[in-house]
Design a protein around this ligand. Structure first.
Ligand code: ZN
Length: 168
């Protein structure tokens, strides 16, 4: 396994739509392993392939490792098939270091995907997992945290991250 570089805003890969994975092969298995290692090391609760510069529809999520046993969810070609309700939660993102924003999303979602063995799976989730699924699937469509906030907040985030960069 290898730790990958996480691209941060305003990297172009974060604005680029990822392609469908045609075959869940060893290469995808390796990508999942590397993404999981990178996510745990960061540490974070989710990571999309765009964030490590790979434009394939692959995400890894683990919302339980913070206070429990690791429980890795790796999804290939994930698709939201149902949304219910509304919830506002504070979100962070490994590509927006030090930024935390309240984001409105569906409270519950159903997601269809392939698992790391290429088998179809369906996940129904609420709470933190529902938020993480929507956040990571957004990444695959080139949508990130900054696209979900008001114009004013967007400018503040842009200014803060540009400043961080020039400060080294
Ligand atoms: Zn993110």
């Amino acid at each position: 396994m290898a730790r990958l570089t996480i691209f941060t805003y305003p990297a172009e890969v974060l604005r680029t739509k990822s392609r469908m994975v045609s075959a869940v092969d060893n290469e995808i298995g390796r990508l999942i392993d590397d993404m999981a290692e990178t996510m745990y090391a960061a540490p974070g609760v989710g990571l999309a392939a765009n964030q490590v510069g790979v434009l394939k529809r692959v995400v890894v999520i683990d919302v339980s490792y913070v206070d429990g046993e690791p429980n890795l969810i790796a999804l290939v070609n994930p698709e939201i098939v149902e949304c219910v309700g509304e919830a506002v939660n504070e979100e962070g993102c490994l590509s927006f270091p030090s930024i935390k924003e309240d984001i409105k999303r569906a409270a519950c979602v159903a997601v269809r995907a392939l698992d790391r063995d290429g088998r179809p799976v369906e996940i129904r989730a609420d709470g933190l997992l529902a938020t993480a699924l929507q956040h990571e699937i957004d990444h695959l469509d080139g949508v990130s945290l900054i696209d979900k906030v008001s114009f004013l907040k967007r400018r503040m985030i842009h200014r803060q991250l540009s400043k961080d960069k020039s400060a080294g």
